[in-house]
Design a binder for this molecule. Structure first.
Ligand code: GAR
Length: 193
């Protein structure tokens, strides 16, 4: 079986990107071949440098060009993974990689999703609504924010004394465990060559 190429898009710290890189260092079924970010100072770009993974910084103009799509295609990705990526993916990129783009959201969609709902905005909304359960959703990406078909959800408690930081910490643990394993599952069973 050949090694799958996967591409990660991320805007922030990149702890999910790191978890995915570390997981596939051990199991060899996939290799992160490119990291794309919309922020030149994103932590995930330091991770790319440290790990020797090529990276690309995009802006709003370059994101929807055919040249960008071609750059992605050069890596022949089995999956494109949005790991804390905050921009909407343009229609031409979605059309070029049908059923190959997946996202992780730090709540139980369809609740607490949509434009502007990322990171602590999500956790604050969950706390404000006095939810006793939150979790993660891994789903396919379509042209509507956080609305593609779901692949996996995992739950965790929201505790009475939680603030956004403590809830984010619990959610990150779920993400770091389930995201790499869900990717591995998809590569083995759905997107196998
Ligand atoms: C993650 O919790 C991810 O679920 C969230 O951003 C965080 C990125 O953390 N994504 C969204 O909110 C998307 N709407 P990381 O940079 O440490 O991986």
């Amino acid at each position: 079986m050949s090694t799958h190429s996967i591409i990660i898009f991320a805007s922030g710290r990149g702890s999910n990107a790191q978890a995915i890189i570390d997981y596939f260092k051990k199991n060899n079924e996939a290799k992160v071949s490119l990291i794309v970010s919309n922020k030149a100072d994103a932590g995930v770009l330091s991770i790319a440098k440290e790990e020797g993974i090529p990276s690309l910084v995009i802006n709003k103009e370059t994101f929807s060009t055919d040249e960008f799509c071609d750059q992605l295609k050069e890596h022949n990705p089995s999956l494109i993974i949005l790991a804390g990526f905050l921009w909407k993916v343009p229609a031409n990129v979605i059309a070029a990689f049908p059923e190959k783009i997946i996202n992780i959201h730090p709540a139980l969609l369809p609740k607490y999703g949509g434009k502007g709902m990322y990171g602590h905005h999500v956790h604050n909304a969950v706390l404000h609504a006095s939810e006793t359960t939150s979790g993660i959703t891994i789903h396919y990406v379509n042209e509507i924010y956080d609305a593609g078909s779901k692949i996996l959800q995992a739950h965790c408690p929201v505790k009475a004394d939680d603030d956004a930081d403590s809830l984010a910490g619990r959610i990150h643990k779920l993400e770091h465990y389930f995201f790499p394993r869900t990717i591995a599952y998809l590569l083995q069973n759905i997107h196998s060559n």
